[in-house]
Write a protein that binds this ligand. Structure first.
Ligand code: FPP
Length: 283
């Protein structure tokens, strides 16, 4: 596995970078970064600048625009997007991030033309068949969330095999959201909780935020600390809505196929400058 660029590590470790990567035009918005000079009151509550976020989630956007700008078919953008996934997994490992969740196919993506769906499922099939050995070797545990039953049975079998073969790993927990939608996830959890109540397993009075999350597909996964979206769009698009309640959002002006270790590091650097209060006060 290639080693992450030194620059990436340096960007993350800078507590007061001279030139913030977020000041470049690559970033759409930096959100509410701490004000210069107000540092005395603004103590980061997420553990400080040296600690990477435990869980980074990414909305990979811009494959189509990347291809169009080059006069290429959309599949070329998705194919290059797969390479960016590989780079990102490496960057997450090198940065010490323990959880990485990527939005590869939303429940709404089934509305795309059948040719594009075939291209995307073809890339997924190839990814599952060619990358798992390396994921395994690098200590990555792979999981899939979403309605996998909508994919061809051979892909479902590949997903199961990948999950099984990497189950003992824990260096990086890679979750791929496939045919995933957060509203469907929450509705399914509500159905499961209601069924548990009807079966007499759960007292309705005990249903609260802590017990409800156990019914979510994302149960057991820490809340994302940082959600990155590429391509300049600024939306969550039905991604991890329950878990994203206190996530820091970073929107990057880079198209997903161009995303690399330096963008990942810059997003982590921006995260390290955010003040997280979780509704409390910093003073
Ligand atoms: C959004 O770009 C991206 C997708 C809908 C698919 C993401 C898929 C990959 C990155 C490749 C396959 C992934 C794996 C894990 C093998 P878009 O097509 O909506 O771009 P646009 O907004 O520019 O049209």
């Amino acid at each position: 596995m290639p080693v992450i660029t030194k620059r990436a590590t340096e960007i993350f470790n800078q507590s007061s970078p001279l030139t913030s990567p977020l000041e470049s035009s690559e970033f759409v918005t930096g959100g509410t970064a701490p004000q210069a000079g107000a540092g005395a009151q603004l103590v980061p509550l997420h553990g400080g600048v040296d600690e990477p976020p435990a869980h980074v989630a990414i909305i990979m956007d811009g494959n189509g625009r990347w291809a169009k700008s080059r006069g290429l078919p959309r599949i070329a953008g998705h194919r290059e997007g797969s390479r960016a996934v590989r780079r990102t997994v490496e960057a997450a490992i090198e940065s010490g991030v323990r959880w990485l969740t990527i939005y590869a196919f939303s429940s709404e993506n089934w509305r795309r033309p059948v040719t594009e769906i075939l291209d995307l499922t073809g890339l997924l099939r190839r990814y599952l068949r060619t990358e798992v050995a390396e994921l395994k070797q690098n200590g990555v545990r792979l999981r899939v969330i979403g309605d996998r039953t909508r994919f061809d049975v051979d892909i479902q079998a590949d997903i199961e095999a990948a999950e099984r073969e990497t189950a003992a790993n824990g260096r990086l927990n890679l979750t791929i959201a496939l045919s995933y939608g957060a509203r469907a996830e929450i509705a399914a959890a509500a159905r499961a909780a209601a069924a548990a109540v009807s079966a007499g397993i759960l007292d309705p009075g005990e249903l609260n935020e802590q017990t409800f999350v156990k019914f979510l597909a994302t149960a057991g996964m820490p809340d994302p600390d940082l959600i990155i979206r590429t391509s300049g769009e600024q939306r969550l698009s039905n991604f991890l809505l329950w878990k994203a309640a206190y996530a820091e959002l970073v929107f990057l002006n880079v198209l997903w196929p161009d995303f690399d270790q330096s963008h990942f590091a810059a997003a982590l650097a921006e995260f390290s400058r955010r003040e997280r209060r979780f509704g409390a006060r910093a003073d």
